[in-house]
Structures are given as structure tokens and as C-alpha cells.
Design a protein around this ligand. Structure first.
Ligand SMILES: [Zn+2]
Length: 424
């Protein structure tokens, strides 16, 4: 059997070696973002003279492979934590008690396969597999609301709130107090008057963080503000900036976060134009405001700036203890906090189903019409799991069950000796 992808070693050679058709190709050129992104699902065609990217490509198959690989990196790091075993270590790995093996389901619409009867952690912050599902669903909700609002004649602005930060600032403290300052700003009297003045209909906001060697953690909020004022967009944006900036600075100072400057503390952009600005992050895909709010973890940062998934990529590649420590610090700070927050009543106004408001519930369900393709026995699943071949099986299943079953049969039995040592 040709060598397939191994979740624990997602290097480029293995990805290109998968006999599933053309999954990804670098066209003989250097990979995009070679320092941090060579294990990423992005590929690029670019000038060998100038290094300019000419045509980045995106492969959903490579993205699936990377997600499994990053989840494994996350589990390796989380398994070093003291205390209670983290749920992510069992996510899409442990068969639910009482279940008769793992079901392989296939979407009737897209042909994509997924596993059922497995434990699901539902963590948008720690689990790249659950994150992908949750963030996709949240992005759809935001898009639906924005589209309905604009269709009804409304306007959209993108607000980004930041704080001053230094190399050794405590992320947990920053995340907690950031929320406090944010709430106090929006409940202040000038902000209340602003809401009336621009006829603010509501908002959706998400939080994210990046990290750099020189400046440490950089938590920030993105907020989409929906409003209906007849005044021009420029006038409304100017008003938002002028009213909110000083209060934001003041409230941050009061909770111990320092004073963000007028220039950098709050960025206000026209929601329509912002999409173009945001597209720079992911040139290969359409990247709307909804994704800016929901796909932050997986962003491949530029230069000396790391997203949380970059910690995992770097740890996987180099075994860096510093990257593992940073990931644990980030996971601890964000665990349990809300991913996307909506203003009260906004989802109702645009008839968005709110039955899956909790990320954990959302990660467990699938509203797609699907058929059961096959059932994997406990014994076979142990083999797949032991050899870290979940991604392979999921992808191969889309090509047909016979080839997949042959592949599973070809996997060696798990070594007892090694199995004891496997912490996952
Ligand atoms: Zn999970």
C-alpha cells in the first residue's frame, strides 16, 4: 500500500504522496509562508525571482488533513496538563459507551464523509476539528444576518478594539478585564446616545488573539455593528470613532489594561469596504466579515505574529516547548469564554435558528441529509486510531468503501508495548 498521511507528521512530502488525485502541489516552487506555513493547506504559484505570490490555491482535502494533524498536536500539548484529563484528548477518538463501533456517514449533497458515535469535545478554542465546524456555522449565521440587514436598507461597520500590550503581560488577566472594559464602554451614557444617534440595530462580536516575540499576547475584539441611520456612512463611522475611542481608553485604564491611544485603540471601517481589506489574510478564498469574526484561530499570521493554530504548527514542526507553553496559556485564558456574542434579539429579528446557541451542542450535530456508508468495528477503529489514520480513512471513504476497507485491513495491528506508551 502506498504510504498515506500520518496525522502526527503532516509534512508536505506526505501530503503530496497521497494517492487521491492531485491534493496539493507546489509546482516546484518554495511553499508559501515557508517558515511557519509549510504544513498548511495553502499552496502557491509565485515568481521565483521576486517571491511574489501569483496564485495561491486552497485544497479542502489538505485542510481536513491539517485539522486532524493540528488536533493531534493540541492533544499532545494538553496531555501534559496536570489534573483532570482534557475532553479534547478524546474528541473524535473515543467511541461513545454502548455504541456498536464507529459509523461512517456520507453527506448526500456534498459527498463528504464524517464519523459518528465518537466523543466530541465541542471546544472552539482548543480543538481544530470542533473549531472548524463551529466557526463555519457561526460564520453562516453572521452572513445571514448581515445580508438580511443590508437588504432591508441597513448599514454595517466593522469595529476592532485593541489594548496596549507588552512581552510578559498575563493573557488570562487581559482576556478577563478586556471584557469588563468593553461592557463598561457600551453601557456608558455617551455610548447609549451614540446607539440612538446612528440608529444601531445590534451587533455580533468575536474575540481573538495573536502573539509576537517582541510584544507578547495581543487579544482584541472584532465587532460588527448594524445600524440604520440616514446619515452618510462616513459621518456615522466618524461619530463611532470620536465617541467610543475616549471611553474605550478610559475604561481600559480603569480596569488596569493601560490606555489605548486614539489612533490604535479603536479601528472603525465601513463593513462593505472592510471585506476587501480582510481578503488579504486569505487571498485564496472569499473572506467576508463573517469569517473575520469566526475564523481567527486558523489564520496564518504574517511575519513574527502567531495565531493559536500557529503555536500548534510550530510545535508540531520543531517540538518547541515555548510554543507548547504559549498554547496552554492561551487555552487556559480563553477556555469557557463565549466565541461569538450577539446583541439581544438580533437573531430573532432576522429569524435565525437559536436552538444551537451553545457551541458544544452545535459541534455534536449535523443537519445535513446523509447516508451510512459503513460501520467500523471497535477493533478496526483501535488500529486506525493507533496509527493516527483518521484523516486518511475519512478522505478515502469519499472515494468508496472497498478501497477504504482494504486500506484499514492493510494497517498493522497495534503494538502492545507502544500502545501502553501512547498517552493519547
Ligand atoms: Zn473537539
Amino acid at each position: 500500500m502506498t504510504q498515506l498521511f500520518n496525522e502526527s507528521r503532516a509534512d508536505t512530502a506526505e501530503i503530496t504522496g497521497i494517492p487521491l488525485g492531485s491534493i496539493t502541489s507546489y509546482n516546484g516552487a518554495t511553499p508559501l509562508l515557508a517558515s511557519k506555513g509549510e504544513n498548511t493547506p495553502q499552496t502557491a504559484q509565485f515568481s521565483t525571482e521576486t517571491g511574489e505570490i501569483l496564485k495561491p490555491e486552497y485544497s479542502p482535502v489538505a485542510a481536513t488533513i491539517e485539522r486532524y494533524s493540528l488536533q493531534r498536536a493540541s492533544c499532545e500539548i494538553l496531555s501534559t496538563k496536570r489534573g483532570k484529563r482534557d475532553r479534547t484528548l478524546s474528541c473524535l477518538r473515543t467511541i461513545l459507551s454502548g455504541a456498536d463501533g464507529v459509523l461512517v456517514k456520507q453527506s448526500i449533497k456534498t459527498g463528504k464523509c464524517y464519523f459518528k458515535n465518537l466523543m466530541c469535545c465541542g471546544s472552539v478554542w482548543k480543538c481544530p476539528l470542533c473549531n472548524a465546524k463551529i466557526s463555519e456555522a457561526r460564520a453562516k449565521e453572521i452572513k445571514l444576518v448581515m445580508e438580511a440587514h443590508i437588504k432591508a436598507g441597513g448599514k454595517v461597520a466593522l469595529l476592532t478594539f485593541t489594548i496596549p500590550h507588552k512581552r510578559y503581560d498575563d493573557l488570562k488577566f487581559m482576556v478577563k478585564t478586556f471584557q469588563k472594559a468593553f461592557n463598561r464602554m457600551w453601557t456608558s451614557e455617551p455610548a447609549k446616545r451614540l446607539r440612538i444617534s446612528i440608529e444601531m440595530d445590534g451587533y455580533a462580536r468575536s474575540k481573538e488573539t495573536t502573539w509576537s516575540t517582541n510584544n507578547g499576547h495581543h487579544p482584541h475584539y472584532h465587532q460588527i455593528v448594524l445600524y440604520s441611520s440616514d446619515k452618510s456612512e462616513e459621518e456615522c463611522m466618524k461619530e463611532m470613532k470620536e465617541v467610543l475611542s475616549p471611553i474605550w481608553s478610559n475604561r481600559c485604564e480603569k480596569v488596569g489594561l493601560g490606555s489605548p491611544s486614539y489612533e490604535h485603540g479603536l479601528d472603525v471601517r465601513n463593513g462593505m469596504n472592510a471585506a476587501a481589506y480582510i481578503a488579504k489574510f486569505e487571498k485564496d478564498r472569499s473572506w467576508g466579515l463573517e469569517k473575520e469574526l469566526t475564523k481567527s484561530q486558523s489564520k496564518k499570521s504574517k511575519g513574527d505574529s502567531y495565531s493559536p493554530w500557529d503555536f500548534l504548527r510550530e510545535h508540531k514542526k520543531t517540538g518547541s516547548k515555548e510554543m507548547a507553553r504559549l498554547f496552554l496559556e492561551y487555552a487556559d485564558a480563553f477556555q469557557g469564554s463565549q466565541f461569538v456574542t450577539w446583541s439581544p434579539g438580533l437573531k430573532d429579528k432576522y429569524d435565525i435558528d437559536d436552538s444551537l446557541a451553545k457551541d458544544k451542542e452545535l459541534a455534536k450535530t449535523s443537519d445535513e441529509a446523509s447516508k451510512t456508508l459503513a460501520q467500523i468495528t471497535h477493533k478496526d477503529w483501535k488500529k486506525i486510531e493507533f496509527h493516527h489514520k483518521r484523516a486518511n480513512v475519512q478522505i478515502l471513504a469519499e472515494k468508496g468503501w472497498t478501497v477504504t476497507k482494504n486500506y484499514i485491513d492493510s494497517l498493522p495491528r497495534p503494538y502492545k508495548k507502544n500502545r501502553k506508551k501512547n498517552p493519547l
